[in-house]
Ligand binder design. Structure first.
Ligand code: ZN
Length: 156
């Protein structure tokens, strides 16, 4: 496994649309393993393949119990709304308030090719939305209601 370089805001790759995964391959498994290692080291809750320069529809989301591997993920259900602080490994040191659904259910494939569903509230729901946005070249700063001030960030 390897720690991958996380692209920072301003890199064109982060603004591109990722392509679906068409078949499982050793390269995909390698990517998932490397993303797992990279996420663990970063201290973040989610990571999308385009953040490590790979334009494929693959994301990881830590739901507090395990790190879910979501291949070709789709949001299939949302409920309510939450207004919370959000950040991104590709936008270090900056935080903002966003509106996201309070509950999100996703459907995706795992590394064995099996389709499954996962859901969550709070930070997990936000993370599903945030990571899936990355697959369409969208950053949270595009959706932010307002960015936090230096003073507010210090209190986080
Ligand atoms: Zn992000």
């Amino acid at each position: 496994m390897a720690i991958l370089n996380i692209l920072q805001d301003g890199e064109e790759t982060l603004r591109k649309t990722s392509r679906p995964v068409e078949k499982l391959s050793p390269r995909l498994i390698q990517l998932l393993d490397d993303m797992q290692e990279t996420l663990k080291q970063s201290g973040g809750v989610g990571l999308a393949a385009p953040q490590v320069g790979i334009l494929r529809r693959v994301v990881l989301v830590d739901n507090g119990e395990e790190v879910l591997e979501l291949i070709n993920p789709q949001i299939v259900e949302t409920k309510g709304v939450q207004e919370e602080v959000e950040g991104c490994l590709s936008v270090p040191g900056r935080w903002g308030i966003t509106h996201r659904p309070a509950y999100v259910k996703v459907r995706a494939m795992n590394r064995h090719g099996k389709t499954y569903e996962a859901d969550g509230t709070g930070i997990v729901a936000r993370c599903f939305c945030h990571e899936l946005d990355h697959l369409d070249g969208v950053l949270f700063t595009d959706k932010v209601l307002r960015m936090l001030t230096e003073e507010e960030i210090e209190k986080l």
